[in-house]
Structures are given as structure tokens and as C-alpha cells.
Design a protein around this ligand. Structure first.
Ligand SMILES: CC(C)(COP(=O)(O)OP(=O)(O)OC[C@H]1O[C@@H](n2cnc3c(N)ncnc32)[C@H](O)[C@@H]1OP(=O)(O)O)[C@@H](O)C(=O)NCCC(=O)NCCS
Length: 154
């Protein structure tokens, strides 16, 4: 079977998004946050569907000059098959359609899989927000890395 391609999702995908976040994340996005992303004209939600089920998604927001990646997620049992790269390529393509100057994101400083993916896609670290996230073990706080990628042709 060939790999799925990212497609824009609409309101009918809300329940599937909520469930994918719930089973995949220690701090899932809420139904209200996902509904807002699906309905806000400044946001695009991209999804990967296989055998009728949602196995990945990315949320991108349009800002006046830049675009910001709000979320990217691949279902745990579907990781390391190139789907994160496929989602990021679609995110970058959408930001180029918007003529965004840069693509921005924030990531937990300890999230090695995501940081490795972002570096591979051309992102560089711009800075750090100290103690920005609650730590995953619940015992303290964790820094956020601020990363960006300049988009050619902007
Ligand atoms: C980050 C995430 C989206 C990557 O998705 P994925 O489908 O596994 O990514 P890919 O298969 O396209 O991997 C692309 C590259 O990223 C890097 N990478 C991905 N997972 C990695 C891991 N666990 N360890 C080290 N590098 C990793 C590798 O360079 C990989 O290339 P390779 O497989 O040829 O070595 C996925 O791990 C995920 O959903 N994590 C939980 C949600 C999350 O943390 N999102 C980011 C929030 S800012």
C-alpha cells in the first residue's frame, strides 16, 4: 500500500482528531482547541488517513507575515515511516501558498524525535523559553525551544 498524502480536514473530522490526540499525547489538544482550528479561517488542519482512519495531523496558523506550526502528530504505531516528513512538506507548501516569510514553531526541549525532524526539514533554533511547559513526569517545568525556517521565494 502506498503512503497516504496529507489532505485538508473539515469539521466532520473533529471526533477523529480528538481521539487521535487523546491516544497519542500526554497533554492532548482539547476538543475546543481542535474545533477552533477547524473553523478559523486563519488555520489549516491537514490530516493523513489510511484504511478510513486518521493516523496523523498538523495544524498551521497564518499570521500577518509568518506562519506558525501549532501541532504535528503521527499515531504512535505509525511512526518512523516518513509520515512526519510528509506532513511537514505539506505544511511548508501551505505556508508558501500564503507567501509566509518564515515558518515558526515551539517544541519541548526534550522532544528529540520532533527536534530531529525539524532540523532535517531546515529549521534552526532561535531561542528558548525557560520553564514554559509542565514536565511530562509532572514534577517540574521544561523549556520550550523556538525554531524557525525561512521560506524561499518570500
Ligand atoms: C515528531 C513526530 C511527528 C515524527 O513523526 P514520524 O512519522 O515518526 O516522523 P518520520 O518517520 O517522518 O521521521 C523523520 C525523521 O525524523 C527523525 N525522527 C523521527 N522520530 C525519531 C526518533 N524517535 N528518534 C530520533 N529521530 C527521530 C529521524 O531523522 C527520521 O528520519 P529516519 O526515520 O529516516 O531516521 C512523531 O514522533 C510524533 O507524533 N510525536 C508526538 C507528537 C509530537 O511530539 N509532536 C511535536 C510537537 S512540537
Amino acid at each position: 500500500m502506498s503512503d497516504p498524502s496529507p489532505v485538508p480536514l473539515g469539521r466532520s473530522s473533529l471526533a477523529a482528531l480528538v481521539e487521535l490526540e487523546r491516544v497519542s499525547q500526554p497533554y492532548p489538544l482539547s476538543a475546543a482547541q481542535l474545533k477552533a482550528a477547524l473553523t478559523d479561517d486563519a488555520d489549516v488542519v491537514l490530516g493523513l488517513e489510511e484504511e478510513g482512519g486518521l493516523i496523523g495531523h498538523a495544524i498551521l496558523s497564518r499570521q500577518p507575515f509568518d506562519a506558525e506550526l501549532q501541532a504535528i502528530l503521527v499515531a504512535p504505531h505509525q511512526r518512523r515511516r516518513g509520515l512526519g516528513v510528509a506532513l511537514m512538506e505539506a505544511v511548508i507548501a501551505q505556508a508558501r501558498v500564503w507567501k509566509s516569510e518564515r515558518l515558526l514553531l515551539e517544541v519541548r526541549a526534550a522532544n528529540a524525535p520532533a527536534i530531529t525532524l525539524y532540523r532535517r526539514m531546515g529549521f534552526a533554533e532561535d531561542g528558548r523559553r525557560r520553564d514554559y511547559y509542565p514536565s511530562l513526569d509532572g514534577a517540574g517545568r521544561e523549556d520550550a525551544l523556538l525554531m524557525s525556517c525561512r521560506l524561499s521565494g518570500a
